[in-house]
Write a protein that binds this ligand. Structure first.
Ligand SMILES: Cc1cc2nc3c(=O)[nH]c(=O)nc-3n(C[C@H](O)[C@H](O)[C@H](O)COP(=O)(O)OP(=O)(O)OC[C@H]3O[C@@H](n4cnc5c(N)ncnc54)[C@H](O)[C@@H]3O)c2cc1C
Length: 443
């Protein structure tokens, strides 16, 4: 007796593996696989499977029949398990088992790269344009189309912009219910388009809205989602999306594949990808879809929109940033960084260390759990350059790092590294910039 896994339904969540007290289930290459020798058909795994991918095969003689090619039964192992897994099912020695022998790619009806264009309160989140630039590279690598998706109310002004930033086609759902952002209606709108047009990749900004709606869409589609990617690429052989992001507290960079379900979904923070060139006058196809819902279908209502006055709203647009780390030693020394920032017209920011010390507020924190910035000039003062900090600033155009440790990681990403005592270097820089700016010398 054994449990049979339907590989077309298994999402590799591991719930069955955790549940099985006999250790008869294992996750192999992202799919559950049952060990016929250990399984006693307790059935508890069936109860926890969220996708009903498991069923019981309870006649041993039938199992033997089904292992033969073309057994023609309801429980056809040939359909249910990949060839290499049949060895395992028959009790042969455990070999390298590739549960997903042929990864799902665009060839089976899922095709195209989509970018969800966030449009709220009359404004587009610029990360959407950055993602159209990135989406172009992915679409070219796969050999498929690049499309924009706009859901909202009175969104027509966005369509020519989407073409200007590289979309070949724009899908639109324009409906009064979508006037203000809410999870439920937006998730319904995006999912309805995805179900109908089956894109193989969807990208969205890791903004408040992207972080909220994308998991809801992924759950409805029963697919994977990789949040906060810092690098995206296409595997040249399988054409799968390679989604790279910091993992295990930022100590490693993990490249994640979504091999067994579609679409492949990623979010990327603002400013991580480069802004593409805007080409005025580019056009393409506009596909308008109906939205079959009313206000009464949703449980939430927006009463009022109050814009945020958080400093982070400015930080990610700042052109010059002076960033402070624990090396500055005490709050009273912050004046050194403030004077430098004043002279340069720069925005003050810092590391998590400086925020935790209470010298800066959280919306001034740069990095993995803070803001991603991409200024023209980033001046780092007494910051070591932990990976969690670097992922938030290393794409700055020009980095100047001041640190008294020649081995500090920040110096490896800096265009100019100044090794020495910040208490001498920062006042000297401030005085020199002041002098030059007073004399009207720009550089
Ligand atoms: C899940 C997770 C998320 C995180 N997210 C973030 C994040 O978003 N942003 C972030 O910044 N960190 C983040 N961190 C923390 C990160 O790992 C580091 O601990 C933090 O960045 C260290 O801050 P720091 O560089 O200011 O301090 P330190 O690492 O202590 O570095 C201080 C530096 O100052 C230098 N220095 C000391 N005295 C002087 C002097 N007189 N002159 C010149 N240089 C001097 C030292 O050589 C040292 O390099 C995160 C950590 C985790 C686990």
């Amino acid at each position: 007796m054994t449990v049979v896994v339907d590989k077309t339904k298994c999402i590799g969540c591991g719930a069955c593996v955790m549940e099985c007290s006999l250790e008869a289930l294992d996750l192999i290459d992202g799919l559950a696989v049952a060990d016929v020798k250990k399984c006693k058909e307790l059935g508890s795994c069936l109860k926890v499977c969220p996708t009903n991918a498991l069923s019981l095969l309870n006649r041993p003689e039938q199992r033997q029949e089904n292992l033969a090619p073309d057994a023609g039964s309801k429980y056809n192992f040939k359909d249910t398990l990949p060839d290499s897994v049949q060895d395992y099912a028959q009790g042969n020695e455990k070999k390298t088992i590739r549960a997903q022998v042929t990864p799902v790619t665009g060839g089976d009806g899922w095709s195209g790269v989509w970018v969800i264009i966030e449009y709220n309160n009359g404004k587009v989140a610029p990360v959407a344009w950055e993602l159209l630039g990135e989406g172009r590279k992915l679409a070219d690598a796969i050999g498929c189309g690049l499309c924009g998706v706009v859901t909202g109310y009175q969104v027509d002004a966005v369509i020519p912009e989407a073409f200007a930033y590289g979309a070949e086609k724009v899908y639109v759902i324009d409906h009064p219910v979508l006037k203000d952002y809410r999870t439920e209606p937006y998730a319904e709108a995006i999912t309805s388009l995805v179900r109908k047009y089956r894109p193989e990749i969807i990208l969205m900004g890791a903004t408040s809205m992207g972080r909220d709606v994308f998991p809801a869409v992924a759950t409805k589609m029963r697919t994977g989602l990789t949040a906060d990617c810092t690098v995206l690429g296409i595997d040249p052989e399988t054409k799968l999306l390679q989604q790279t992001r910091p993992a295990f507290g930022g100590n490693i960079m993990a490249t994640i594949l979504c091999r067994t379900s579609r679409p492949q979904m990623s979010t990327v923070r603002p400013r991580v990808m480069e802004m593409p060139e805007r080409v005025e006058g580019r056009t393409g196809d506009v596909i308008r879809e109906e939205f079959g819902f009313n206000e009464s279908d949703f449980r939430t209502k927006v009463l009022e929109f109050i814009p945020s006055d958080a400093k982070s709203a400015f930080l990610d647009k700042a052109e010059i940033i002076v960033a402070v780390g624990l090396g500055i030693g005490a709050k009273r020394n912050m004046v050194l960084a403030e004077e430098l920032a004043d002279v340069l017209g720069a925005t003050l920011a810092g590391s998590r260390g400086a925020v935790e010390a209470g010298w800066l507020t959280h919306d001034q924190q740069v990095g993995q759990s803070g803001i991603t910035v991409r200024p023209k000039v980033y001046i780092s003062i007494g910051i070591s350059g932990a990976i969690q900090h670097l992922v938030g600033m290393e794409t700055s155009d020009f980095i100047i790092a001041i640190n008294n440790d020649p081995e500090a990681s920040i110096l490896k990403v800096a265009n100019y590294g100044i090794v020495g005592d910040l208490f001498q270097i920062v006042p000297a820089l401030t005085a020199e910039f002041k002098k030059r700016l007073q004399h009207g010398v720009a550089n």
